[in-house]
Design a protein around this ligand. Structure first.
Ligand code: ADP
Ligand code: MG
Length: 278
C-alpha cells in the first residue's frame, strides 16, 4: 500500500508536526526496520521508523492492527533486535531488557499467579531493584494503595477482575520508577466503562509523577486522552505517517477541542479505507 497522503490542514486545528530534534533525547529511534521470517518469506513489520522521545512526554503510538506497534515496543523493551537502525536510551544502544523499561501488556495473565498482589509488586522490586523484602514491602504497599487496591493486597490474581489485574501491573511498573514506561494496549481487553476510568487514573498517575511513557493503542480517543504527542502509523509495512501534538485543552473528554482533534486525526491519517484493513 502506498504511504497515506496527509490532507491539507484545517486553519484552527493543530498541524501534524515535524519530529522535534532535541540535543539529548531520552529515547531515540533512528531509521529502525524490524521484520520476521515467516512461512511466506520475510515480513517487514516496522519500516524505517525514526522519532525521539523527551523526558516527561507521554508519546502514543497509534495505528490499526498490524502496523508494527507491538514489534517496535518489544524492540524498545530489549526483547527484539532491529534488522537495521538504532534504538538509543540516554544515548546508549538498547541490547537487552532491563528494569529501566517496565512494560504493561494487554494480557491479563502478566502477573505471577502463585503470588499475591503484594507479592507480585514486591517481587519485582526485589528482582528489579535488588531491594530486600523489608525495604520493598512499604514501596509495594504504597503503589498498591495508589491504584486503589489496598483491600486486595493479599488477594491472588485469579480472584481479581481484568481491570484490577491491570491496576496491579501498572502499580508494579510505576513502583520500579523506570526511565521509560512502556504500555502496549493495556486497556484494550477491558469493558468500555472500565477502560475510561483506567485511562483517567493512568493520566492522573503520570501527571502526578511526571513519568515518561510510550503508550500503544488503536483507539484515537484513547490516544488523545492519554498522550502529550501522538505518532500515527499505517500498516503493511508499518510506517510512521504523521505526528500530532496534543494541547492540554484537547485532553478533556466531551469538549469541542477533544472531538476536533479526534476527528482531525481520523480524517488526515485513517480516512483511507485501506488503512485499518489488516
Ligand atoms: P500491531 O501491534 O500494530 O498490531 P505487530 O507488531 O503485532 O503490530 O505486527 C506487525 C506485523 O508483524 C503484522 O503483520 C504481524 O502479523 C507480524 N508479526 C508480529 N509478530 C510476528 C511474529 N512473531 N512472527 C511473524 N510475524 C509477526
Ligand atoms: Mg499489538
Amino acid at each position: 500500500m502506498a504511504r497515506t497522503a496527509i490532507r491539507p490542514v484545517d486553519g484552527a486545528l493543530p498541524t501534524p508536526s515535524p519530529e522535534s530534534q532535541t540535543a539529548t533525547p531520552l529515547l531515540a529511534i533512528e531509521d529502525v526496520t524490524i521484520g520476521y521470517q515467516t512461512g511466506n518469506g520475510y515480513l517487514t513489520a516496522v519500516d524505517t521508523v525514526s522519532f525521539t522521545l523527551s523526558a516527561g512526554e507521554r508519546l502514543v503510538l497509534l495505528g490499526p492492527s498490524g502496523c508494527g506497534k507491538s514489534t517496535l515496543l518489544r524492540a524498545i523493551g530489549g526483547f527484539l533486535k532491529p534488522a537495521s537502525g538504532r534504538i538509543l536510551l540516554n544515548g546508549q544502544a538498547i541490547s537487552r531488557p532491563g528494569p529501566d523499561r517496565m512494560t504493561v501488556f494487554q494480557e491479563f495473565d502478566q502477573l505471577l499467579p502463585w503470588r499475591t498482589v503484594l507479592g507480585n509488586v514486591r517481587f519485582a522490586l526485589e528482582r528489579g531493584k535488588g531491594l530486600s523484602r523489608q525495604d520493598a514491602e512499604p514501596i509495594a504497599r504504597d503503589w498498591i494503595n495508589r491504584v486503589g487496591l489496598e483491600r486486595f493486597a493479599d488477594a491472588f490474581p485469579h480472584t481479581l477482575s481484568g481491570g484490577m489485574k491491570q491496576r496491579v501491573a501498572i502499580a508494579r511498573a510505576f513502583a520500579l520508577q523506570p526511565t521509560l514506561l512502556l504500555m502496549d494496549e493495556p486497556f484494550a481487553a477491558l469493558d468500555a466503562l472500565t477502560r475510561r476510568r483506567m485511562q483517567d487514573e493512568l493520566l492522573a498517575l503520570c501527571e502526578e509523577t511526571g513519568h515518561t511513557a510510550l503508550f500503544v493503542t488503536h483507539g484515537i480517543d484513547e490516544a488523545v486522552r492519554v498522550g502529550t504527542r501522538i505518532l500515527a502509523f499505517t500498516p503493511h509495512p508499518g510506517r510512521l505517517a504523521a505526528s500530532f501534538e496534543v494541547p492540554a485543552a484537547a485532553r478533556v473528554r466531551g469538549t469541542p477541542a477533544f472531538a476536533a482533534l479526534e476527528d482531525y486525526i481520523q480524517r488526515t491519517v485513517f480516512a483511507n479505507p485501506e488503512v485499518g484493513n489488516d
